[in-house]
Design a protein around this ligand. Structure first.
Ligand code: SAM
Length: 257
């Protein structure tokens, strides 16, 4: 769904007041609304049978970045600054020196925030154009950007990260992919490491449209797999113009700990 300012939001979600002034220009909103119409028209998940046509939504994600033609207004989730729920989390603790992975990095703002907070960051996205675009936006970046698929990631990333961060990618995937996504995310986490998931939230029995598909509590809890333990789950109520969210942390215990 697209709001009056052209920003992507889930059904029932209020507009996001934290969006930067730059992005809030009427012109930007208009361009985003136009782009969203084009994208909805080519989104097989907006039609019956769409999941079979593009099960991982790969073609649609490719189309988003291609149709945007270098205009961030054409990328519905492009926030052009780190998301506040990640920034708050970063402000509350230290990640200096940690090896961090940003999953589905899009245009790179969250990966850059992790790097500014002192982590050694690897960031990846399925779509080559997204990765190029992030690199173009942050030419001096220390972030190591890659094109990769969450479901077929480089084997050297197995158990290699002290912090694995995912924001808004899970809710952009069909529900049937969530168990595989959970195993893929868990596999990246080193002993003693953390998985941080930030997502829009819904009630367990709430009817949802989508995409995007806000996650239910049971969806989030199901990310505690393959040695990961849920250590905190914040149910962040709507506030101002920000929708209800989950912010969940999972930990893998130290080997032998
Ligand atoms: C909703 S966007 C969120 C992007 C970014 N995390 C943000 O908050 O701006 C989801 C991103 O995940 C990427 N993506 C989708 N499926 C993926 C997969 N299987 N592996 C890696 N990235 C994927 C998409 O290309 C897209 O950039």
């Amino acid at each position: 769904m697209i709001d009056s300012r052209g920003l992507e939001r889930a059904p029932g979600e209020k507009p996001d007041s934290t969006f930067s002034q730059r992005a809030l220009s009427e012109d930007f909103a208009e361009r985003r609304a136009r782009a969203r119409e084009k994208l909805d028209a080519v989104d097989p998940h907006k039609r019956p049978g769409g999941i079979e046509a593009d099960p991982k939504r790969r073609e649609w994600f490719e189309a988003v970045y291609a149709l945007a033609e270098d205009d961030p207004a054409g990328v519905p989730w492009a926030h052009l600054e780190p998301r506040p729920l990640l920034e708050d989390w970063l402000a509350a603790g230290s990640i200096v020196g940690l090896r961090a992975l940003d999953v589905g990095c899009g245009l790179g703002d969250n990966a850059e925030a992790l790097a500014r907070a002192g982590a050694h960051v690897v960031a990846f996205d399925l779509v080559e154009r997204a990765v190029q675009w992030a690199q173009e936006r942050f030419p001096q970046s220390s972030v190591d950007y890659h094109v990769a698929d969450l479901f077929d990631a480089p084997s050297e990333w197995r158990g290699a990260f002290d912090l694995v961060h995912e924001l808004y990618t899970l809710q952009a995937l069909p529900e049937t992919l969530l168990p595989d996504a959970a195993r893929a995310l868990a596999a990246f986490v080193a002993p003693g490491g953390t998985l941080l998931v930030i997502s829009r939230a819904r009630d367990d029995n709430e009817e949802i449209g989508g995409p995007p598909w806000p996650l239910a509590r049971q969806d989030i809890e199901a990310f505690a797999v393959d040695g990961l333990r849920l250590v905190s789950l914040e149910d962040i109520p709507p506030s101002g113009h920000l929708a209800r969210h989950w912010r969940a942390e999972f930990r893998r215990d130290e080997a032998g700990g």
